[in-house]
Design a protein around this ligand. Structure first.
Ligand code: ZN
Length: 491
C-alpha cells in the first residue's frame, strides 16, 4: 500500500486545522482542492433531462454522485444545494474518521436517484444515498423531492392540499391505518414506537412522492420500529385521500398532460404501484408467518467450494433459491449443478462466457444461450426456462433470440464490491419487500458468509424464501408467454 498520499493528507489536514483555528469539530470540511488529486467529472445529456455525475477516486475514499438537471433555475439550485450538503457532510464524517485514525476501508459514498414519476409540469424524485464509513457502519438514506415546473418550485406536503389546516392529522391517521392493517408492521413491534413515528409533525412526513394516482409516503429506518422492519413506505390513492383531504385542483391538472413514466433503466426504475397494500384483513393471526415471499438468486456459479456451502446453509433453513449458471463453469463442476436441483433449487441460464449480450449479433447471442442450455441439459437432465442476462444487459434482440423470460432483480447488495458480509446482510434486510428478487453471487467468500444471517433475518421478518419461478408464477409451459424482463425496483 502506498502511504505517501495518506501522510500528505494528514499533514495538510493538520495545516487546515491550524489555519482553521484549531477547532475540534468541523464547521466546514477542509477544501478538497488541497489534497484531492484525481477528480473525474462527467456530464452527459440523455434525451430529456441532464444527468450530472461527480465521481471521485482517492486514496482515502471514493464517491459517486449522480443527480438530475432539469433546466429550471430554482429547482436545479435546490438539487445542487442538496447534493453539496450531502457531499459536504460525508467529507466531514470522513475527516473525523481519518483524524481519529479509525479509518477502515473502504470509505464510500454513493448517491443515485430515480425519477419516479414525471409529467411536463411535475417530477417526483427519489434519491438513494449509501454511505460506507468503514467497519460495519453502513447507512442507507432516502430523500425525496417533488417539483412543480410551472412555478419552478419544490412542493411540500402542505402544498398539495386545498385546505391544509389539518392535513398532518389526517395523513397521520390514514398512515397508521394502512400500516397496521397492511401487515407492514409485525405484531412484535412496540405500537408506541409506531405511533411516535407517525405523530402529526411535519418532519415525520418529509419524504413523499407524488405519482400519477397515488401519494407515496416513505418512512426512515428506526422511525416506526427497530431495524428489522426496515424503512417502510405506503401508498395512499388520491381517490381515497380526496374524501378526507381534497388535493389542489391545479396540481391534479398537472397529471392530465402528457404523462410519461421514465423507464430508462429497468433496474433502477421504481415500480411502487405494483406494491399495493393488501386489503385490510379482519383477523391478524400470528400464524400468518409466511405472508411475504422473496427470491434469492445467485449468478456466475457453480463454484466448487462456495456453492455447496451456500446450498448447505439454505438447506438448514429449508430455503429455496435460484442459481443462474455460467456455461463455461458447469463443464468443470457438473455435480455441483446437479446437486442444486436435487436440493429443490431452480437453475437458470446466465450465458456461456458472461458477455454483454446486448452488444452482440443474433448469431452470437444464440450461441451463448444454446451452448449453455445444452451443457446444463447434459449435466443435469434439466432444461432451464429462465435466463439472467450478464450485467442485466438486455434489448429486444436478446429477448427474442433467447426466447426465455429475462430475470433481472430488485435488490442488489453489490456483493462483488462490498467485501463486508454484515453490509451485504444489512443491505438486503433493509431493502427487503414482498415480491422482491435479490441478486447475489455464489462465487464470493463474503456472500457465502452473509447467506446464513441473511436467510435467518428474512425468515424472522416473515418471508418465505422461494425460487424465482415460483415467486413470479412462471412455469416451463408458461415461459414462452412471458418473454420480457422481470424486476421489481428498490423501495
Ligand atoms: Zn454475472
Amino acid at each position: 500500500m502506498n502511504l505517501k498520499p495518506n501522510l500528505k493528507f494528514i499533514w495538510l489536514l493538520a495545516l487546515a486545522l491550524l489555519l482553521g483555528g484549531c477547532q475540534s469539530t468541523y464547521k466546514s470540511a477542509p477544501a478538497p482542492e488541497i489534497y484531492l488529486t484525481d477528480v473525474k467529472e462527467m456530464v452527459y445529456e440523455p434525451d430529456v433531462i441532464g444527468i450530472q455525475s461527480v465521481i471521485e477516486t482517492y486514496d482515502t475514499y471514493t464517491s459517486a454522485i449522480h443527480y438530475p438537471v432539469f433546466g429550471y433555475q430554482t429547482i436545479d439550485a435546490i438539487v445542487y444545494d442538496f447534493i453539496q450538503n450531502r457531499h459536504e457532510l460525508f467529507r466531514q464524517e470522513l475527516a473525523e474518521i481519518l483524524e481519529a485514525n479509525e479509518s477502515k476501508w473502504p470509505l464510500e459514498l454513493h448517491m443515485e436517484y430515480d425519477i419516479v414519476y414525471q409529467t411536463p409540469r411535475h417530477a417526483a424524485i427519489l434519491f438513494k444515498e449509501r454511505k460506507h464509513l468503514g467497519s460495519a457502519q453502513v447507512s442507507v438514506n432516502r430523500f425525496t423531492f417533488n417539483f412543480n415546473f410551472d412555478t419552478d418550485k419544490q412542493l411540500t406536503l402542505a402544498d398539495l392540499f386545498e385546505n391544509n389546516a389539518s392535513y398532518l392529522k389526517i395523513i397521520s391517521e390514514l398512515s397508521y391505518e394502512l400500516l397496521t392493517e397492511g401487515d407492514l408492521i409485525p405484531s412484535a413491534v412496540d405500537m408506541n414506537w409506531v405511533k411516535g413515528g407517525l405523530s402529526p409533525h411535519e418532519k415525520n412526513y418529509s419524504n413523499f412522492l407524488m405519482q400519477s394516482n397515488t401519494l407515496v409516503l416513505l418512512f426512515n429506518k428506526y422511525q416506526l420500529g427497530p431495524a428489522f422492519i426496515g424503512a417502510p413506505s405506503i401508498e395512499i390513492p388520491y381517490e381515497s385521500l380526496n374524501a378526507y383531504l381534497p388535493l389542489k385542483e391545479s396540481l391534479l391538472n398537472n397529471f392530465n398532460g402528457k404523462i410519461s413514466k421514465l423507464t430508462s433503466d429497468p433496474i433502477l426504475s421504481l415500480d411502487l404501484e405494483a406494491d399495493n397494500l393488501e386489503p385490510a384483513s379482519s383477523e391478524k393471526a400470528p400464524e400468518s408467518f409466511y405472508k411475504k415471499r422473496i427470491a434469492i438468486t445467485f449468478d456466475d456459479g457453480p463454484h466448487p467450494i462456495f456453492t455447496p456451502i451456500i446450498v448447505n446453509t439454505l438447506g438448514s433453513y429449508n430455503a429455496k433459491a435460484t442459481f443462474f449458471l455460467l456455461g463455461n463453469r458447469i463443464a468443470d463442476y457438473p455435480d455441483v449443478a446437479k446437486h442444486l436441483l436435487s436440493e429443490g433449487h431452480m437453475i437458470g441460464n446466465h450465458s456461456f462466457s458472461h458477455p454483454q449480450l446486448s452488444r452482440m449479433s443474433t448469431e452470437e447471442i444464440l450461441n451463448e444461450v444454446t451452448r449453455t442450455q445444452n451443457i446444463i441439459e447434459n449435466a443435469t437432465d434439466f432444461t432451464p426456462f429462465l435466463m439472467r442476462p450478464p450485467f442485466g444487459a438486455i434489448n429486444d434482440v436478446v429477448l427474442t433470440t433467447a426466447q426465455m423470460p429475462m430475470i433481472l432483480w430488485s435488490i442488489d447488495s453489490e456483493d462483488w464490491i462490498y467485501k463486508d458480509p454484515d453490509y451485504i446482510v444489512n443491505f438486503v434486510l433493509d431493502h427487503a419487500f414482498d415480491g422482491a428478487i435479490i441478486r447475489l453471487h455464489d462465487t464470493l467468500p463474503n456472500t457465502t458468509h452473509a447467506i446464513g444471517p441473511m436467510v435467518e433475518g428474512l425468515i424472522s421478518a416473515g418471508y418465505e424464501l422461494v425460487t424465482v419461478d415460483k415467486l413470479l408464477g412462471i412455469t416451463k409451459d408458461s415461459a414462452d408467454k412471458n418473454l420480457r424482463s422481470f424486476s421489481r425496483a428498490l423501495k
